[in-house]
Design a protein around this ligand. Sequence first.
Ligand SMILES: [Ca+2]
Length: 257
Amino acid sequence: MAGLTIAGLMAVTALSIVILHYFGVLGDPAFLRFLPTRADPAARTQSSGGAEGTSSPRSDLGTKAAVPNVTGMTQEQASSALRSAGFNVGTVTTKEGSGSAKGVVLTQAISGEAERGATIDLVVSAGRRIYTVVPGQMTWPDAEAYCEQHGGTLATVTSQEEWDQVLAAMRADGREVYWIGGRREIDGGNFTWVDGRTFSFTAWATGEPNYQTNKVGPENYLAVYKVNGQYGWYDDPYDLDPFYKASVMAFVMQTVE
Ligand SMILES: [Ca+2]
């Protein structure tokens, strides 16, 4: 029995030394160096993180980033800049009347900082509308075709500001009858603009539109007349050649830049 007890004590002691070594309680007796010691994650992070100084833990890096200011850029430049910085381009809407060139970014939905990968909506300029008087007698469809061949359309007008621009172009020209870009797509129907903008602003002359039909046909097209120095809108048939001399006629073309 005594022999077994001594052997048992020796075994328990040896096991205790190994366990205490494992948890780092004992020093490092040479004969135990081959045994593994408990891993210490905190110590390891500290030792390897020392070179990086006091920066945030790596898991927090990259979740937020500075959003580039893309206002004033073209839409293409802005998309490229945002994607390079790790963001997505969201909905792009156009805005009239900014005075900026076509496609230039006016506002961005997010600036400053945002989550990486965030989607950023943009508002871009619909462009500057340039109104040009083209002299001469043409039917309304021929005038519209001429404008389209020259990169534009007949003039469309959706605000007092645009109407003032058209008035300025007509006053400088000095003629009396001008086609602009409104027409009834369905005979007798509502007027619409050739470029699809909303037909809401109007400058009808008194008693117009009255949708008469004469020897040329029904009044499905939009003309501007200068009467006693006042400019007003009239619905008219597609061809005014039988009624006016070519010298008083012109049309107003618009281009968007
Ligand atoms: Ca009329």
